[in-house]
Design a protein around this ligand. Structure first.
Ligand SMILES: C[S@@+](CC[C@H](N)C(=O)[O-])C[C@H]1O[C@@H](n2cnc3c(N)ncnc32)[C@H](O)[C@@H]1O
Length: 241
């Protein structure tokens, strides 16, 4: 696994252009715009129910606003992306991710960005629902490979469980964002191989952590900087320590 000193916006620029992509969890479309600008995908499925969820683990989540705000977000995204919707480059799927997956053909996607419900069960469900959608050489990326003081984050445990159960390759995490993005793939071939071995391995300051996640525990640290603000330190220990 590569520890890559870039932000997620810079990370996705290392993907090949013209891919078929999906983003799970769109909110106001901020990162969808980045994907369109940096990756020029042939197709981007933007998946979000834009529905307030009355569940305990999302009660304090600012991305789970009331239904009026969710409707406003959907209207704003529909308006902002109307040029791409008209050309068919963008497809909006207003649905929960595991149901949206039923509308996407198996082996039709090159890259999926997972950023919906961050609980352990939901992330694992997203990974399992979208793995069959990948073409050979495809890869899965996702946001917030970390812990959170307020909202229940099961991203680290879910991704590691999935990687180990399905024998995926852990390609990379970003280290310049306070909330890292991860990249994993079923095999080191095609776009996934070019992305990890050619593009990312050449980034100045990249570090490899071999065989991750086997034998490691990842405990992200956040420290208060003397100059103000918070710094993120990716901290790993061997599982036995
Ligand atoms: C963190 S926000 C997404 C932010 C966006 N990816 C970005 O970076 O600009 C999470 C979004 O996931 C959506 N969401 C929650 N549960 C979901 C599910 N089961 N399937 C798809 N989206 C979901 C929420 O409605 C919310 O808009």
């Amino acid at each position: 696994m590569l520890l890559v000193p870039v932000t997620r916006a810079d990370l996705v620029a290392y993907l090949p252009q013209g891919l078929n992509m999906a983003e799970i969890g769109v909110a106001k479309g901020g990162f969808s715009r980045v994907l369109l600008e940096k990756c020029a995908p042939a197709r981007l499925y933007m998946i979000d129910p834009w529905e307030h969820q009355d569940v305990e683990h999302l009660a304090e989540d600012s991305n789970n606003p009331d239904q009026t705000a969710q409707n406003e977000r959907f209207d704003q995204v529909s308006h902002e992306f109307s040029p791409e919707l008209k050309t068919g480059q963008v497809v909006l799927l207003r649905a929960y991710s595991h149901l949206a997956a039923e509308q996407i053909e198996d082996r039709s996607l090159d890259a999926v960005y997972v950023d919906g419900d961050h609980s352990f069960d939901a992330v694992l469900r997203d990974l399992n629902a979208f793995a069959p959608k990948l073409r050979p050489g495809g890869l899965i990326l996702g946001h917030d490979y970390t812990n959170h003081a307020v909202v229940e984050f099961g991203v680290i445990a879910a991704v590691n469980t999935f990687v180990q159960e399905r024998d995926y390759k852990f390609l990379a995490i970003t280290t310049l964002d306070a909330f890292p993005t991860y990249a994993i793939a079923p095999a080191l071939e095609g776009a996934a191989k070019t992305f990890a071995h050619t593009a990312l391995a050449g980034v100045p300051g990249v570090v490899e952590l071999a065989n991750y996640p086997a034998g490691y525990s990842f405990s992200p640290k956040y420290i208060h900087k003397a100059s103000g603000g918070t710094a993120f330190i990716p901290s790993f220990s061997t599982a036995s320590t």
